[in-house]
Design a protein around this ligand. Structure first.
Ligand code: GLN
Length: 313
C-alpha cells in the first residue's frame, strides 16, 4: 500500500505548476532545475519505497544541522544546552535580531546561529578537517552507504564566498563569548556540513535512528547511535524548530518531526513507523521546500502517520 501512495504522490507532484522558487544565493543551487522531485520512505522493517528523482544527490544544507546536533550531543552531552536554547525562534533561519537581547545564546540548534555554535562545540575536540571527516563518516554509516555520499566543494566554496550573514552571526556570538574557537574555522566547518550532497534514499536511510529510538538495524543486529531519550528530544526539536518561522505551520499541516534545507530537501520522521526524505528545490518564503511540504502533507493524510493521530495501546 505505501509503495502505491509514494508513486501516486510523485505523479501528482509532477503535474503541479506552482513549485516555489529555487534558492538563488549561490550559483550551484540556483542552477538546480525546479522540476526535480524525489521521495523515499524507509519503513521500520527496512523496506524502502522510492519515486521520482529519489536517487539523485542534492545539497542537504540545513538538514545537516540534525546530524551535527547528534554528534555534538555525543561529544559533550547536555552541557550543550548551556550554549544553545530549545525554543522556536519565530524568525528567519539566518536572523540576528534575538542574539542581542539573548546575549549571544541562539534560540535553538536548527537556526544558523545555533548550528554555528554546534560546530564550535565539535571543534572543541577536533580540527576542522577531522570534524568534517567525522561528519562524512557518520552520515555514510547512518545511511548504510558506501562512499557515494560526499561534500560538494563547489557549494562549500560558494557558501564561504557569500556567507556574510553567517560571518556576522559567528562574530557577534564570539563577542558574547559563545564562540570559543577561531571564527573562520568554525564557519569553514559549518559551510562544509551545509555542502553535504545526498539523495532522498540516502537521507531517509540516515534518518532511521530517529525513527527507531536512537538505533539502526544492521546485519549484526541493532546498533545504538544515541540514547532513546536523545532521539526523542531531537525529534521534539525537529517538530518545534525544524522549519524556522514556518515550524508551527509544518506541525499543523504535517504533524511530524521534520528538518528542511534550502536545497529543497526535508527529512521527516514518523517515530516507530518510517523515515522519509523528500526533495523539490523550489522554496516557499520561509526557505522550505514548497512541494516537499505538500507531498508530506498528502503522505500523512493518506497514511495516518501524523504523531497527533490517535494510536491504539
Ligand atoms: N547554507 C545556508 C546558510 O547557511 C543553509 C540555510 C538553510 O538550509 N536553511 O545560509
Amino acid at each position: 500500500m505505501i509503495g502505491g501512495i509514494v508513486a501516486e504522490i510523485a505523479a501528482e507532484m509532477a503535474a503541479i505548476a506552482d513549485r516555489g522558487t529555487v534558492a538563488g544565493y549561490i550559483p550551484p543551487l540556483a542552477r538546480v532545475p525546479v522540476d526535480k522531485f524525489g521521495l523515499a520512505v524507509v519503513m521500520a522493517d527496512g523496506t524502502l519505497h522510492m519515486a521520482g528523482d529519489a536517487e539523485e544527490a542534492f545539497s542537504i544544507q540545513s538538514i545537516s544541522k540534525v546530524f551535527a546536533l547528534t554528534l555534538a550531543l555525543g561529544a559533550v552531552g547536555d552541557q550543550l544546552w548551556k550554549r544553545v536554547g530549545r525554543e522556536p525562534s519565530g524568525s528567519a533561519f539566518n536572523s540576528i535580531v534575538q542574539l542581542e537581547t539573548e546575549h549571544g545564546i541562539p534560540r535553538n540548534p536548527f537556526i544558523n546561529a545555533g548550528a554555528i555554535v554546534v560546530c564550535d562545540v565539535l571543534l572543541g575536540r577536533l580540527r576542522p578537517r577531522e570534524a568534517i571527516g567525522q561528519m562524512l563518516r557518520f552520515v555514510r554509516e547512518l545511511a548504510g552507504d558506501d562512499d557515494t555520499i560526499r561534500i560538494d566543494e563547489t557549494v562549500a566554496q560558494a557558501e564561504q564566498d557569500t556567507g556574510f550573514r553567517n560571518m556576522a552571526l559567528a562574530n557577534y556570538m564570539r563577542a558574547f563569548g559563545n564562540i570559543h574557537g577561531d571564527v573562520g574555522m568554525v564557519l569553514g566547518t559549518y559551510f562544509h556540513f551545509c555542502a553535504l550532497a545526498m539523495s532522498c534514499r540516502q537521507l531517509a536511510m540516515a534518518g532511521r535512528y530517529l525513527m527507531d529510538g536512537g538505533r539502526v538495524a544492521s546485519e549484526t543486529g541493532p546498533h545504538r547511535v544515541i540514547t532513546e531519550s536523545r532521539a526523542r528530544r531531537i525529534n521534539a526539536l525537529m517538530m518545534s524548530c525544524g522549519h524556522y518561522d514556518n515550524s508551527g505551520d509544518f506541525a499543523f499541516r504535517i504533524g511530524l518531526p521534520g528538518k528542511s534545507g534550502v536545497g529543497g530537501g526535508i527529512l521527516a520522521v514518523a517515530p516507530g513507523i518510517a523515515s522519509i526524505a523528500v526533495w523539490s528545490p523550489g522554496l516557499n518564503e520561509a526557505g522550505n521546500s514548497h512541494l516537499g511540504q505538500l507531498a508530506l502533507e498528502w503522505l500523512v493524510q493518506r497514511t495516518g502517520w501524523s504523531v497527533f493521530e490517535p494510536r491504539a495501546g
